[in-house]
Design a protein around this ligand. Structure first.
Ligand code: FES
Length: 152
């Protein structure tokens, strides 16, 4: 059985726990509680091969909603490999967030650079400056509690 954890291929056997497979192969999945099912730092999103994994137990269901399960959400420390052949793909929460921030999960078409004039309206800088000025003026005229008590 091959498990791709954050795109790194890892060998796994039936009965292995996903978190242990990750640790053995030096793939980053968090485990703050040491694999005791209470911290959720080992949350992963399975994109392929959910049929090769154990069904979620009550301890996992306590943390993960039905909607998240349907989207592939699992706790790696509570999930065992049940299949002998096949492929499983998953991303850790941290890796998923990193890819979102870096734009790596965004469809390629939306990564095509756009001309600047389509990204900002002509007046956007002026509008931004005006709103900042307005905010600054409002802030500077607002009486703070410490100033009020000092004046009295
Ligand atoms: S390692 Fe803490 S819930 Fe899995």
């Amino acid at each position: 059985m091959i498990i791709y954890i954050n795109d790194k291929a890892c060998e796994a056997q039936k009965g292995d726990i996903l978190l242990e497979v990750a640790r053995r192969n030096k793939c980053h999945i968090g485990y703050i509680c040491g694999g005791n099912g209470i911290c959720q730092s080992c949350f992963v999103t399975v994109s392929e091969g959910m049929e090769h994994l154990s069904k979620p137990g009550s301890d996992e269901k306590a943390f993960i909603s039905d909607r998240l399960f349907e989207a592939g959400g699992r706790l790696a420390c509570r999930t065992r490999v049940t299949g002998e052949k096949g492929t499983i793909r998953l991303l850790s929460r941290t890796e998923n967030l990193k890819r979102i921030v870096l734009g790596l999960n965004v469809p390629a078409s939306s990564l095509t650079p756009r001309p600047l004039d389509t990204m900002f309206s002509k007046n956007s800088r002026k509008e931004q400056a005006a709103s900042l000025k307005e905010y600054g003026t409002e802030e500077s005229t607002r009486e703070r509690p410490s100033q009020k008590s000092a004046a009295e």
